[in-house]
Design a protein around this ligand. Sequence first.
Ligand SMILES: NC(=O)c1ccc[n+]([C@@H]2O[C@H](COP(=O)([O-])OP(=O)(O)OC[C@H]3O[C@@H](n4cnc5c(N)ncnc54)[C@H](OP(=O)(O)O)[C@@H]3O)[C@@H](O)[C@H]2O)c1
Length: 362
Amino acid sequence: MREIDKTKPVLVTGGSGYLASWIIKMLLEDGVNVNATVRDLSSAQKVEHLKVLAKASTGQLKLFKSDLMDYGSFNEPMQDCELVIHTASPFFVTGIKNPQDELIRPAKEGTRNVFESAKRNSTVKRIVLTSSVVAIYGDNVDMELVKGGMFTEKEWNVTSSAEHQPYAYSKTIAEKEAWAIAEEQDQWDLLTINPAWILGPSLSKRTDSMSISTMIEFGDGTYKSGVPELWTCIVDVRDVATAHIKAGFTSGASGRHIIVSKEATLLDIANILRKNFGDDYPFPRRQAPKILFWLIAPMFDRTRKFVSKNVGIRIKFDNSYSKKDLNMSYIPIEQTIQEHFQQILDDGLLSKTQPGQAGIED
Ligand SMILES: NC(=O)c1ccc[n+]([C@@H]2O[C@H](COP(=O)([O-])OP(=O)(O)OC[C@H]3O[C@@H](n4cnc5c(N)ncnc54)[C@H](OP(=O)(O)O)[C@@H]3O)[C@@H](O)[C@H]2O)c1
């Protein structure tokens, strides 16, 4: 049982990211001081919203320049911190040319880099690592491997590799590395947050997080011809941020935590969007047959193996441990999706299509 002193600064890595920005906002509003690391202090798009948040809050924010691949760059921002929240990790599943350099090394070696700094910094008592449900499963077909019809915190992803699902592989080996380092010492304890697909309003106008770019694609016509029957699980970004903070400050909490609100297909998301925003946007109206998507998968930078092992296969997660250990409750996905798309419109990230263009394929 480790009590974390709320008067000490909390280190949040990857501070300019979609999720981390919410964690920082909640901490600052609670009067907690935050040391946040970012890769580029000079990018207004990455840091301006954090400065605005800090001005409106009682907690104080200090920004530091750190990179996962720059060894020792987390030493200074970690000084005096008892709690480290490590969110930084490359997050993309398409456009990958060199999975080792783009995803796997930064995730694994970056985790080691941050955790080695914690070993050198005697004030650190707890690390909360942002892992993912993809450290629990690789493909939807892995459901066949689990007993009880639901993935739980006991499972590990055993099917991803550098060649197949490299992002999932990067998260799996980064989390494994984290647990291995944690077991070598008893100065601090490790908890992991394993969120599903994070959606919900963003605090910045950045569109490069996959959570945001995919939501924009729902409204810009990318999927107007139809979506595959792809089952996913969704969770609100505000719930994921809350889970990190509860994991940080709940002294008796421990272990891995699946953070999931509800499962849905891509068409379910489109239907929620249409219900709330009408026909002004070309939201997809139907599911493309699996065989069609299998044939055209390379056009979408997806492999046929991905289609075979994922499309049409339902997944389910057990979130009961997060409710018990962290007292989590979950925002309904309808609210998450509605508020996310509204923020995209409010921030001018998507313009309305001309009347008549919506649902053009129907
Ligand atoms: N979004 C989801 O659906 C989802 C689901 C489960 C888990 N996660 C995990 O949640 C975490 C945050 O992701 P996000 O959704 O907030 O996406 P994001 O906005 O793309 O955030 C990723 C963060 O990682 C940082 N980063 C990447 N490479 C880095 C490097 N070499 N050195 C330092 N920082 C680096 C980025 O820095 P810059 O700001 O400089 O680009 C950014 O702050 C990640 O660990 C991701 O794997 C996300």
